[in-house]
Design a protein around this ligand. Structure first.
Ligand code: TYM
Length: 339
């Protein structure tokens, strides 16, 4: 993890005393293994020590989800999943982005300090444009500016994310630097915090795990679904026959075993000597993933069955950050000459 102390050196006087954590996740239904191993595990770990704020970013999702019912349902599902995976709403703040619309005002303000070229060059913009050529809406271009506003609104200095979000965080840093240079030191330059597996590959073993690619392992899915997804994983492509020795260091299945049990070296040895075959290793992985997430799956079911409780948690989260958001916006307005 990034050394938190490194962020405190140039702290403007109006910044929170303790480093504040912020991260956002899109409401794309239930999280996959990439979300958990790449980010959510760190959300949980960091919320034990720091003041942490986590957001289900439904405004961001509008760039590609256009079905209101689906958006509403998936927003609640993602919030339930975060709690089920270990976030305690008593210890950290969990809220829905559109419950704090101040962020859209800050996004507009940041738009005015962000050169268009920075956004056009962002690799994720190019990717999204290619993925949805019939819907290249302006939100896709401004997406990282809204992300910068998310992070800056609570003046967060540490941001747990997967590696795919690195270009967005770099842009956030540039945007707050541009704002601070024009209007005076207001926002910290946030730093990314990565887990041990900042890029989790999908079941194809080549591309990052992603719902839009369809190569995910759903951590809160039914056991049969998880089994099917794990059994579809591509292993070491050079291991053709069962008797061929495997290369666990390049096999996605073997690499994942590192996170589900402390005997991965033994499993790797079995692969190297061809004592075990790819199917054995996959079966074991599937059962371990199912067992690991069983308690979370149960909590998730309970939460989804009680939407009133879930909404209350989210309402409380939004209320908790209201004064923080309002204070930041009052300062921004004052600095910029807005009324
Ligand atoms: P999203 O919703 O795509 O993903 C949520 C988190 O999961 C991480 N992640 C992965 N990590 C490793 N390997 C993978 N295969 C993998 N897939 C996803 C992501 O890096 C992310 O940390 N733009 C963001 C949401 C966002 C945000 C923010 C994040 C909006 N505002 C402010 C941080 C701070 C996104 O689409 O994440």
């Amino acid at each position: 993890m990034t050394d938190a102390a490194a962020t405190t050196a140039t702290r403007p006087s109006s910044l929170p005393v303790k480093p504040r954590i912020y991260s956002g996740i899109q409401p794309t239904g239930r999280p996959h293994l990439g979300n958990d191993l790449g980010a959510i595990r760190n959300y949980v770990a960091l919320s034990q020590t720091y003041e942490a704020i986590y957001c289900v970013v439904d405004y961001h999702a509008l760039t590609h989800v256009h079905d209101p019912e689906l958006l509403r349902r998936q927003t609640l599902e993602m919030a339930a999943a975060l709690i089920a995976l270990g976030l305690d709403p008593e210890r950290c703040t969990i809220f829905v982005q559109s419950d704090r619309p101040e962020v859209t005002e800050l996004c507009w303000v940041f738009n005015t300090v962000t050169p268009v070229g920075w956004l056009q060059r962002t690799p994720t913009y190019k990717e999204k444009r290619a993925n949805q050529p019939d819907d290249v809406n302006h939100g896709l271009l401004t997406y990282p500016v809204l992300q910068a506003a998310d992070i800056a609104l609570p003046k967060a200095s540490l941001v747990p994310i997967g590696r795919d979000q690195a270009p967005h965080l770099e842009l956030t840093r540039e945007i707050v630097r541009a704002f601070n240079a024009r209007y005076g030191e207001t926002f910290p330059e946030p730093q990314a915090v990565y887990t041990e597996s900042p890029t989790v590959l999908g079941t194809d073993g080549v591309k990052k795990m992603s719902k839009s690619i369809g190569n995910t392992i759903e951590v809160l899915g039914e056991p049969e679904v998880i089994r099917k997804q794990v059994m579809s994983m591509v292993t070491d492509t050079q291991r053709i026959m069962r008797a061929d020795p495997g290369r666990p260091e390049v096999c996605n299945v073997c690499r994942m075993h590192r996170f589900f049990g402390d005997d991965y070296e033994e499993i790797w040895a079995g692969e190297r000597t061809a004592r075990t075959g790819c199917v054995d290793t996959k079966k074991l992985l599937a059962e371990r993933i199912i067992a690991h997430y069983a308690p979370a799956r149960e909590t998730y079911r309970e939460l989804i069955a009680d939407p009133i409780k879930l909404r209350r948690i989210l309402d409380e989260g939004a209320e908790r950050i209201r004064p923080i958001a309002q204070e930041t916006m009052a300062e921004v307005r004052e600095r910029m000459g807005l009324r």
